[in-house]
Design a protein around this ligand. Structure first.
Ligand SMILES: Nc1ncnc2c1ncn2[C@@H]1O[C@H](COP(=O)(O)OP(=O)(O)OP(=O)(O)O)[C@@H](O)[C@H]1O
Ligand SMILES: [Mg+2]
Length: 389
């Protein structure tokens, strides 16, 4: 199984496990809360009965002591005793938020009665033939138990997000270091033999019999090509300079080069709808991008077909669309093609489009994506670069 499929599966397994843990924790706390609600209800029922018994007893009756014990045992559930008209008579386990006058306390308790009535139906008790009501609300523990899973979940989600972003960032930074390091090293390694090749080329160009030998011309072309490749690597390492360049000219130059090197069964065409507009770019790196996309296009059409390039303006950008007549990219693969190592070719490295993306997005602040693709209908890649102002 390829690494991206495996990564995708692992991600889904982690998400699924996360959902199971979260759902399990929610269900369990809900179960605990329900049991606590039942217990508190029983406690209050008992409390109400004890209160009723205590109030209706003669002082010093046998039940007085027991009732008092039960009443005192409620140290957690907030209760308010009110008369029939809803006027608070007494309260237990209710904390006033400050130093209150009698009137303020009454107001506060009335407000609490309304809150309590929303939570639970009050219990009716009788004092010497008069109706009284016991209002009560969830204890602090129960309230905490109801909210705790959500607080816990928010914390877990927040931490996971922070972890994910940090991990991705460090992964990207690491990849970037490898790219830049490798490119710099390659340019450096190629530099030394290249300078001696330049000297040999110049020598051959001046001395007979090499001077008039057509081989010398070919050799010079290859050495120049090597120089272009080295320049590309060193630009990647150095974060190459950007300048204003006429897009159509840059594309044309690159197509001319490709034409001379690829099968004559590939037809190239270019339409410039910008009237020679320029964009901000590094010529040697954009050349690399065009080359990579066109080489992929040629591979996709097995060396026979057409490559149509069109340059058009779009807001502050210039779009370069490269359309081929190749076999197209399956829908479920489009997301993966820019990932390093993704290839469907026997001899591919899966690095071409990764490099393309890096050059366009990180060096030019532009965009590159598949504009359209259909099986056996060809593919269009779009590059967006910032237009020169
Ligand atoms: N124009 C296209 N038409 C169809 N498939 C494409 C096209 N361009 C890219 N692909 C698919 O995307 C994959 C990745 O392309 P990429 O250029 O990154 O790597 P590669 O060409 O396989 O190897 P290399 O590192 O040599 O470029 C290709 O293997 C191919 O399956
Ligand atoms: Mg490629």
């Amino acid at each position: 199984m390829d690494i991206y499929k495996l990564n995708f599966r692992i991600k889904w397994i982690i998400v699924l496990l996360g959902i199971i843990v979260i759902a399990g924790s929610l269900v369990y706390t809900d179960y605990l809360a329900k049991r606590l609600v039942e217990r508190e209800k029983r406690l209050i029922d008992l409390y109400a009965k004890a209160l009723e018994t205590a109030a209706n007893q003669q002082p010093g009756g046998n039940m007085a002591f027991l009732s008092e014990q039960i009443i005192n045992a409620n140290t957690s559930v907030p209760v308010i005793l009110s008369d029939e008209a809803g006027e608070p008579l007494s309260s237990k386990n209710i904390e006033f938020p400050g130093k209150f006058t009698q009137k303020q306390e009454d107001e506060f308790l009335k407000k609490q009665i309304r809150i309590m009535a929303d939570q639970h139906t009050p219990i009716e008790i009788e004092f010497y033939g008069m109706k009284n009501y016991i209002y009560y609300k969830d204890s602090d523990i129960l309230t905490m138990l109801r909210y705790y899973p959500y607080i816990q979940l928010s914390a877990i989600v927040f931490l996971s997000l922070v972890g994910y972003v940090a991990f991705n960032y460090s992964k990207k930074a690491e990849q970037s270091k490898v790219w830049v390091g490798l490119a710099k090293e390659t340019a450096h390694q190629l530099g030394t033999p290249l300078s001696s090749l330049f000297a040999i080329r110049d020598y051959f160009k001046e001395i007979e019999p090499f001077k008039s030998d057509p081989m010398t011309e070919e050799l010079a072309k290859d050495i120049d090509r090597l120089n272009v490749i080295t320049a590309r690597f060193s630009q990647i390492g150095l974060e190459g300079k950007l300048s204003n360049e006429i897009v159509a000219n840059v594309i044309e130059e690159n197509i001319d080069y490709l034409k001379s090197r690829t099968s004559s069964y590939v037809e190239y065409s270019m339409v410039d709808q910008t009237n020679g507009a320029s964009a901000v770019m590094n010529i040697s790196l954009i050349g690399w991008v065009i080359e990579n996309i066109c080489k992929n296009a040629i591979d996709a059409m097995d060396g026979r077909g057409s490559i149509q390039i069109s340059i058009s303006p779009m807001k502050n950008n210039i779009c370069i669309d490269i359309k081929d007549s190749g076999k197209g990219i399956p829908k479920n693969k489009i997301k993966s093609i820019f990932k390093p190592g993704f290839t469907t070719k026997k001899r591919g490295w899966g690095l071409g489009l990764t490099l393309v993306k890096r050059i366009v997005e990180e060096y030019h602040g532009g965009k590159v994506y598949v504009l359209q693709s259909g099986i056996d209908k060809g593919t269009t890649f779009r590059i967006e670069l910032k237009a020169s102002i």
